[in-house]
Ligand binder design. Structure first.
Ligand SMILES: NC(=O)c1ccc[n+]([C@@H]2O[C@H](COP(=O)([O-])OP(=O)(O)OC[C@H]3O[C@@H](n4cnc5c(N)ncnc54)[C@H](O)[C@@H]3O)[C@@H](O)[C@H]2O)c1
Length: 245
């Protein structure tokens, strides 16, 4: 049986990714800082699940996740760095503390996960997938620091794909468009008229609607399977055509 680590697995895209892997028969190490939601989500997955409550911006959380995969399930075949936060603020109002927080969670945590998982993924010839964003490929308004973190996540994935190719480890970035999750609602709620922002966002998508978390999760699962054995170093938009324009 294969084993995957999913960070930010308590809700939204991460919960859908964990569910997709569970349905495909994988064992899971599910990481989130929200203990109650993580346990509630994990109770629906119906596969061997080890839950780990912690902050991915701490190195120790990532080390513990990999140790858990090895101790409980005998190894690690895939890691998915999904946990992330948004900051809907213009640059003039953004503080150093906000910069440090968003870069710690959206970028530094990926370094910690990659470092923790490297040896185990080399052994399994496994894969690392980071959940970036279409905002890592094209810019968007009103969240410059968020956009900068996602650009960094995309380039980190591409660079690791090159550095680790000779070990048989594949590394990719998935770049979702607008996905209907609690994080997105948080983003809309920060706008002057949340309902109008949601409607405007929906009609601005080429497919005319938002993505579901499951539509992102199925792609993440695919990238971890032998069906994607020759895919590495890609930043794959799953955005309903948004970046085609
Ligand atoms: N929702 C979208 O439209 C969208 C679009 C593109 C990319 N993304 C990216 O997808 C990922 C998931 O987004 P989402 O919309 O599902 O978010 P969400 O807020 O709905 O869920 C994020 C999960 O990550 C956890 N988390 C956040 N910071 C953490 C930390 N420091 N340590 C441990 N757990 C932490 C939260 O507790 C939560 O369970 C993020 O990286 C986000 O940037 C989302």
């Amino acid at each position: 049986m294969s084993t995957v680590i999913v960070t930010g697995a308590a809700k939204g895209i991460g919960a859908a990714i964990a569910e997709a892997f569970a349905r495909a028969g994988w064992s899971l190490v599910a990481v989130d800082r929200d203990a109650a939601r993580l346990r509630a989500a994990a109770s629906h997955w119906g596969q061997p699940v080890a839950t780990l409550v912690g902050d991915v911006a701490d190195r120790a959380t990532n080390d513990a996740a990999v140790k858990m995969a090895i101790d409980r399930f005998g190894g690690l075949d895939a890691a998915v760095g999904n946990a992330g936060v948004v900051l809907a603020k213009l640059i003039d109002g953004s503080t150093s503390e906000e910069f440090d927080r968003i870069f710690s969670i959206n970028v530094k945590a990926l370094m910690y996960l990659a470092q923790a998982a490297h040896k185990a993924l080399a052994k399994s010839e496994g894969s690392l997938t980071v959940i970036a964003s279409k905002a890592g490929l094209v810019a968007q308004r009103n969240s410059p620091l968020y956009v900068a973190t996602k650009g960094a996540a995309v380039q980190l994935a591409r660079a690791l794909a090159l550095d680790w190719a000779h070990e048989g480890i594949r590394v990719n970035a998935v770049c979702p468009g607008i996905v209907d999750t609690p994080m997105l609602q948080e983003f809309f709620d920060a706008m002057p008229d949340p309902d109008a922002s949601r409607r405007e966002t929906e009609v601005a998508q080429p497919l005319g609607r938002l993505a579901t978390p499951a539509e992102i999760a199925s792609v993440v699962l695919f990238l971890a399977t032998p069906a994607a054995a020759f895919i590495t170093g890609v930043a794959l938009p799953v955005d309903g055509g948004f970046t085609a324009e």
